[in-house]
Design a protein around this ligand. Structure first.
Ligand code: FES
Length: 146
């Protein structure tokens, strides 16, 4: 069996929503200290809905495919739904990732969260801090072997 699904290969070779939104309402940047990969997500938010989303990922193929799929999954959705997007849902939508590449999909979940938090912070919107744990407190993201 191929290591990567056709969907992973498709989103890696033809990633959707690559780029930058100059007047973004929220920007989130996260990295994985272990592999050194970095993901940046830009959000345009209108009436509580993700009107547009773009990403730049300096990272592995799985991280690029995860960013691409994650942006597709949240585009046009309310913020509340974007916040519920888990890395597992991203990996499932890609028809799976190898176990040692699951951490790449975690970056997508974290980057979206960070961008929404940035939007809340910039607009003085109150939120429950428990919904935005500092990813660096969660050791598990950095323990997987690559
Ligand atoms: Fe670092 Fe995939 S995100 S190896």
């Amino acid at each position: 069996m191929a290591l990567y699904s056709e969907k992973v290969m498709d989103h890696f070779t033809n990633p959707r929503n690559v780029g930058k939104i100059e007047d973004a309402d929220g920007v989130g940047e996260v990295g994985n200290a272990k592999c050194g990969d970095i993901m940046k997500i830009y959000l345009k938010i209108e009436n509580g809905v993700i009107a547009d989303v773009k990403f730049n990922t300096f990272g592995c193929g799985s991280a690029i495919a995860s960013s691409s799929m994650a942006t597709e999954l949240i585009k046009g959705k309310p913020i509340s739904e974007a916040l519920e997007l888990t890395n597992k849902a991203v990996a499932e939508a890609l028809d799976g990732l190898p176990a040692h590449k699951m951490h790449c999909s975690v970056l997508a979940e974290e980057a979206i969260r960070a961008a929404i938090k940035d939007y809340y912070d910039k607009n003085g919107i109150a939120y429950d801090k428990a919904d935005f744990p500092d990813p660096h407190d969660e050791e598990e993201h950095f323990t997987e072997e690559d």
